[in-house]
Design a protein around this ligand. Structure first.
Ligand SMILES: *Cc1c(COP(=O)(O)O)cnc(C)c1O
Length: 358
């Protein structure tokens, strides 16, 4: 079979080393003679996996013992509920930015638990830019933002100074894609299936001092961060397979390093955006200064060509380019594991298509 270039937005491309290790472990996990998916999560071999994955997150993000790292279930979407349930008391207010579908869902859930102050929104232009220069009220219990808007293709490269208001970020689709100062955050979360592993686990990082500031409310055991942290991701059966794959992806990330990862990602994004800007058939949909390096959104000037171009791409093994159903057009997701060669193949297809239409 010829190579398929995977531009899927999620679940998405993973490093080959992680896939190969998973295939081997499904047959024989860590020399146990058993499959990874039929061993006890309490076995010493599997506990070593959770411990290593946790430590790798801390190493890569340079986090000390003042932070806790856990792998939970329920996707990033459950975090939309757990965050306000744990930190937003009745009658209290949290600040949110509304920068896309996921941010909107986070806002919707937070309203179930307290007041939400939407301090900035880009809904007026279909989330095609990032709002700037907004103020975060000092009495907010926390400020929540989304670093990369997977569906619309905007990405935050700087985070606001919150003047002491705890900073929470949904980094589902760009975590580990570049260096950033993780110590400015009180809480970070990321569903695994964009840039870290398969669906089924969510990385949660919490500053321990923030954990002490939870709201005065009865929190169901499974939704209480403290329970999961005190039990090292093992309060109940964790997502055994998903965490194993994350561990292997994280090994790969650590080996490359976040600086080199950023350079790779920048080279890929530049190559594609330059072609979008040069090619007369295509146009980018996002404000240039806010363009995401992870999810590149673009459309064809002539909408009639869209389905034809997608078919043209499929035939060349360029997979997963259809835009999200809420925006249409095209979206190329260029997560960490996608090689420059795949972006070059897409650019070649765009040029060939342009020549065909002349
Ligand atoms: C995909 C995504 C989500 C939702 O993740 P699930 O794991 O499907 O719940 C939330 N936020 C962002 C930024 C995403 O890209």
């Amino acid at each position: 079979m010829s190579k398929v270039h995977n531009f899927s937005a999620g679940p998405a491309i993973l490093p080959k080393s992680a896939i190969d290790a998973s295939v081997a472990a499904l047959q024989n996990f860590a020399g146990t003679g058993l499959s990874l998916i039929e061993v006890s999560h309490r076995s010493k071999e599997y506990e070593a996996v959770v411990d290593e994955a946790t430590q790798l997150v801390k190493d890569i993000l340079k986090l000390g013992d003042d932070y806790a790292v856990v792998f939970l279930q329920g996707g990033a979407s459950l975090q939309f509920d757990m965050i306000p349930m744990n930190w937003l008391g009745d009658g209290e207010t949290a600040a949110y930015t509304n920068t896309g579908v996921w941010a909107g869902r986070a806002i919707k859930e937070a309203k179930l638990f307290g007041n939400v102050n939407v301090v900035a929104s880009s809904e007026d232009k279909n989330f095609s830019y990032l709002p700037k220069g907004y103020a975060i009220p000092s009495d907010a219990k926390y400020f929540h933002c989304t670093s990369n808007n997977t569906i619309y293709g905007t990405e935050m490269f700087d985070f606001p100074n919150t003047n002491g208001v705890p900073l929470i970020c949904d980094m589902s689709s760009d975590i580990f894609s570049r260096p950033f100062d993780a110590t400015q955050f009180d809480m970070i979360y990321a569903g695994a299936q964009k840039n870290m592993g398969p669906a089924g686990t969510t990385l949660v990082i919490v500053k321990k001092s923030f954990l002490e500031k939870r709201a005065k409310r009865t929190i169901p055991t499974m939704l209480d961060y403290k329970i999961h942290i005190d039990n090292g991701s093992m309060y109940n059966t964790p997502s055994v397979f998903a965490i194993f794959v994350c561990m292997h992806t994280l090994r790969w990330v650590k080996e490359i390093g976040l600086e080199a990862m950023e350079a790779r990602n920048k080279a890929k994004a530049d190559l594609l955006y330059n072609e979008i800007d040069r090619n007369s058939l295509f146009v980018g949909t996002v404000a240039k200064e806010d363009r995401s390096r992870m999810n590149v959104n673009f459309v064809l000037n002539n909408k009639d060509y869209e389905a034809e171009f997608l078919k043209f791409c499929e035939a060349k093994g360029l997979s997963g380019l259809k835009g999200h159903r809420s925006v249409g057009g095209l979206r190329a997701s260029l997560y960490n594991a996608l090689e420059l060669e795949s972006v070059q193949a897409l650019v070649d297809a765009m040029q060939e298509f342009e020549a065909m239409k002349k």
